[in-house]
Design a protein around this ligand. Sequence first.
Ligand code: PLP
Ligand code: TYF
Length: 400
Amino acid sequence: RFADVAQAPPDPILGVSEAFKRCTDPKKLNLGVGAYRDENLKPMVLDVVRKAEAKIFAANKDHEYLPIEGLDTFRKATIDLLLGAGHPAIKDDRVAVIQSLSGTGSLRVGAAFIARFLPKGTTVYISNPTWGNHRNIFADENVEWKYYRYFDADTVGLDFKGMVEDLKAAPAGSVVLLHGCAHNPTGVDPTADQWAAIADLCKERNLLPFFDVAYQGFATGDLDKDAFAPRLFVDKGLEVMVAQSYSKNLGLYGERVGAMSIVTSDKDAATRCLSQLKRLARPLYSNPPTHGARIAAEIVNDQELFTEWKAEMMGMAGRIARVRGELQAALEAKYPSKDWSFVTRQIGMFSFTGLTPAQVDNMTNKHAIYMTRDGRISLAGLNSAKVDYLAEAMIDSVRN
Ligand code: PLP
Ligand code: TYF
């Protein structure tokens, strides 16, 4: 019965962490997973998270089930964070928000919603490349997906023309998955004007934008600026789906804190959409976890903690920006004839280095630097002390 079950392949990103753990080389460096590390390359718990937890423990709360749709104060905080408190869509009750299992679980509930409530055969267009799990999430819900062009390796920038051509060719009613900010894995986002053009195209072609917001705060360090794209689309009158995650910006990775929202054009539709999101969640996991939602709600709904969070967020984004600058300078000093400017042009946690799979193997096998085979490095896993070592390994790898 079970003897014939085939071995599943490891996750291309989380598998890198497993290999890193097994490695005994003292020089080893994990630039695989997109998880923030402090300057000592240790996982970090934000001070505001500690403070919120102290408040929660002091209040002696119980461990009852949350409602299927999650914690009310969390749901409010999360949509306020996305659209800005007092946004007309929130005031008009046009948003269905369900707390779900972080970004991944929220995307999955969204995929289930697409499978059940959008016309049969609706295709989701995802960027090429994208976070590897996007494909699995839609495929496992039997939702068809196709790539749209996104990254231009020659310019190490956005292939905006290709993206627009592909979206123009998508059948009306298709879903377009967009990274809210800090595109994973490329670190390349559309400009404000390009976002506006994409929004107009979605409107003209009746495409449904589905934002994956996993890095709000990590692009610019500013939570509001990083919500520019979803806010613009909603302000242009588009209905959107949004999956949000607090894994990165609050460092709540293992607590599974996030939400799936649908911004509709009328209140009754939002009420019905929420009822169906709850219906989808019930047989999947029944109701979401409590602790992380309480933490996020405490922080976003409390002026003082919220202000502190913004400062800590700026600190994390600032550290990443600093090591980016240092890495680029080291690469330029050691190999001046090559253009390394992409390192600081890219934003968010990642740099897409252009290293080929064979070069990545050299990084790992010869230099004990762990990264994904698509050539992505997580700058959150780099510190000043390791910059030279990384730069030398990269140059050794591109020269061989
Ligand atoms: N979407 C993108 C683009 C990501 O990089 C990630 C990874 O963190 C997620 C979604 C989901 O992460 P989580 O399920 O931890 O919130
Ligand atoms: O891209 C990353 O590194 C993060 C973390 O299945 C992650 O998004 C990676 C793989 C995965 C879940 C989270």
